[in-house]
Design a protein around this ligand. Sequence first.
Ligand code: MRU
Length: 354
Amino acid sequence: MSLESVRYRRGSLQVLNQLLLPQSSQYDSVSGVREGADAIRTMKVRGAPAIAIVGSLSLAVELTSNPPQQTAELLTFVRESMERLVGARPTAVNMKRAADELNAFLSREAEKPGVTVQELTDRVVQWAESLLEKDVRDNRLIGDLGAQHILQTTNAPAGVVILTHCNTGSLATAGYGTALGVVRSLQALGRLSHVFCTETRPYNQGSRLTAYELVYEKIPATLITDSMAAVTMRERQVSAVVVGADRVVANGDTANKVGTYQLAVLAKHHGIPFYVAAPSTSCDLSLPTGGSIVIEERPSQELTDINGVRVAAPGIGVWNPAFDVTPHELITGIITEHGVFRPEELRDGLSQGK
Ligand code: MRU
């Protein structure tokens, strides 16, 4: 059985508290939108797809336990709840896309003659529930398409060596993962030789979460610090770098966990292909380039303290952007559920895949 970041049945939502991993696996209840937004803001749950899924399901559980009595009340509640959830973390586009799609869906449904508020509420709940299955389906496609593409374009008779960053696995999604889904698919095909995962300072998604998933899945893997990426590429026969995305914009520029950009620069220097694995729900074709992506800045304590103990010199200034933008020129391919596209092919590729 693979790790579950989210446990849901109608009326009940629990999230695996990722702040406590890998020391303990504790599921925390989320009873509504306020708790959903808090779980996202505090990073109990994180990863672009998981944020949208937990946010939308937090709305579903609140609607199930406390259904509105009037259609106007439902419409306002859904709109305001989605605004609150979108505001919890700004960079990943998935929650914003979910909000736009749900508001549009609800407006269309509400215009249908004779529809009752109970029926509308049910449709919203079902809509949120459908995200879970769709995400796992998309991730499996991403994994398989990415694995096939890498095998077709890489000469690695002894198996493929992948370097990855941050956490893009079951913990960041509804299951299987995106970049880690590609790793899983390579492993399932018997063609994975090794994975290097970066520590991913300062939040350590790599050492705490990806390492945990890799050990759990018995995937041959080694943890490196972020500053070891260059030497690893030069001395460990890395076949490809595969990372996830929080937002891929129209020209292929990609926001992902801080440190991704430097990996892309290093990959170019070493002649190693650099892939972004992301569902279409992480793509934002409304922005032409990465320059207009809002990058979340996080508290300075994430750099200065370890487990609540100050390790940095008192008085030093701190800059802690949670994400950076990798320019499209450094990206070999974007692996989506609709296919693997060069950055300049993304827009057309996604519109044909719809
Ligand atoms: O700050 P986080 O942990 O939410 O950042 C997560 C990432 O940057 C992931 O690479 C991205 O969301 C893709 S998850 C499939």
